[in-house]
Design a protein around this ligand. Sequence first.
Ligand SMILES: [Zn+2]
Length: 339
Amino acid sequence: MRPSFHPRLVNSPFDDPALFIPFLLQKRAVLFDLGDLHALAPRDILKISHVFVSHTHMDHFVGFDHLLRLFLGREKHLCLFGPPGFLTNVEGKLSGYTWNLVQHYTNTFVLEVSEIHPQVLLTRHYRVQDGFRPGPALQRSTFDGTLLAEPGLTITAAALDHRIPSLALVLQERFHVNIRRDRLDALGVMPGDWLQRFKQALFCRQDPASVFEVSARFGRGRTRAFVLGELAAQIAVISPGQKIGYIADAVYSPENIEKMLTLVHEADHLFIEAAFLDQERRVAREKFHLTARQAGEIAGRARVRQVTVFHFSPRYSSGELLTQEALTAWRTWQAAAAP
Ligand SMILES: [Zn+2]
């Protein structure tokens, strides 16, 4: 199976948190946390449609300016989500610059910023031509844990305790569509952009009896029409969707553990902070962070299939012990949970 999402940490585990999640064969990506982005190529940054900021401590939010600078002058609608106070944080960033030359920009760059409260989302828009002055309407909508719901995927969040709210995040693909290359060959059709349209048709529950046009090289400009359901039966293999979890700064408390286990249950890949070694769990608790062992335990108890630890304290000269400690705890819990 070729996964639809290929998450990768932008920086080393000692540097700022930012998880870049590009979508297979699409010029699109989402970003969990917004630390320093200089290690990410501009062409990748420009793919980002949604940014989810766990909390606005500097190391998780300092990449905002870099992102803004790249998008300026382009046609773009960028959605950002963050914890309580996020609108003020973004407005503070935007008001740090002078915008007297942007009224005549012909491109429309809009920031759609949402602040997440326990049951409410507050959303405001900021347009480049208005010099990013706050849009007049503050929209209120109900928040039930889901931040983004598209036909093919959802992104959900849970607020953890980091002395301030810190959002843990999950991207869940609804189901996975694998294309059988051998069947494409047998039908005499080439893979191409139409495959994205085909997958969307399945995600959107388009009528299986409807006609689906495949526009792939049958000579110049020719297309072939199929019945959607019949084509799907021939070329598509449907399997459970991919699940990616992200847990940044949080204290190891019963309430947090409960929320983390529920949110990232059986994730295919969990990215979780491991700031300290467990022998320093007292320091970790004081600073409202996880130890490597605690991170591994969460991953094991949640039965995640792959785990990556990050956000190591600069007090360690190497990350080897932190990684080892987390992986040992993960495997111990996996073994304990095995039937
Ligand atoms: Zn942090």
